[in-house]
Design a protein around this ligand. Sequence first.
Ligand SMILES: [Zn+2]
Ligand SMILES: [Zn+2]
Length: 270
Amino acid sequence: MSGRNTSELHILCSASQLFLQPLWDHLRTWEALIQSPFFPVIFSIITYVGFCLPFVVLDVLCPWVPALRRYKIHPDFLPTTRQLLPCLGQTLYQHLIFVFPVTLLHWSRCPTFLPHEAPELFQLVCHVVFCLLLFDTEFFVWHVLHHKVPWLYRSFHKMHHQNSSSFALATQYMSIWELFSLGFFDMMNVTLLECHPLTVLVFHVVNMWLSVEDHSGYDFPWSTHRLVPFGWYGGVAHHDLHHSTFNCNFAPYFTHWDKILGTLRSAHTK
Ligand SMILES: [Zn+2]
Ligand SMILES: [Zn+2]
C-alpha cells in the first residue's frame, strides 16, 4: 500500500474513532457503576425488560386497537397475566440467584478495565456482526443437539418450548443450563475477539433485542428480517415456526446453517 493510502486510511480510522469518543467519554463518567460487580446483572435485566415492555403494552392494547392484530403472527393469541408473571419472575429469580454469583466470581478474578480511547466505528460494527455470526453458529449446534437427544431436550430445553405461541417475556423462559449456555457463548465470543468494552455493550444490546424480537409475536414492516436482504435473516416468523413445529429453523437469527443442513422452513409472512 502506498504511503498516501496508508495515511488516508489512518485519517479515516481516527475520524471513525472520534465519532464514538464523545459517547465513550460520557459512558466513562459512570465508570464506578460499570466496573461494579452489580453492573452486568442490572444492565441485563433493565435492557431485557425495557425491550419486552413495548410488546407487553401492545398486547394489552390489542383488544382496543384491532389494527394491531394484522402485525401479530397469531392474531387471536394474547398472553395472559398467568403466562406473563411466571416468565418475568423466572428471569428475575435466575439473574439474582444464579447469574449474579457467577458475574461476582468473574469480576473478582478479572475486574473490568475501561480504556481511555473509544473503538473505531468500523471495527465495532465488524466485531458485532462477527460476534452475532459466531453466536448463531454456537447456538445452532447447541439447539440441534438439545432437540435430537431426548434426554437433553427433556432436561434442559423443554422449558423454553412450554409456550408454543411466543410472546416477548417468554424469550428468557428457559432452564438455567440454557441461560448459562447462551451467556457463555456471548462472553466467549467477545473475549476471543478481544472486543472493546463499548463493543461488548453494543453486542449485548443487539443480541438481546434480536432474541426478544424473535419471540415478540409481532412481524412489523421494520422487523429485522425485512431489513436484511436475500433471506439471510430468519426473524420472528421463522423462530415462531420452530416453537410450533420443533423440527426446523434451529438457528436463532441467520438462515445459512438451516439451509446447509436442510432444516430451513420458510414462514409465510404477510
Ligand atoms: Zn425460542
Ligand atoms: Zn428449540
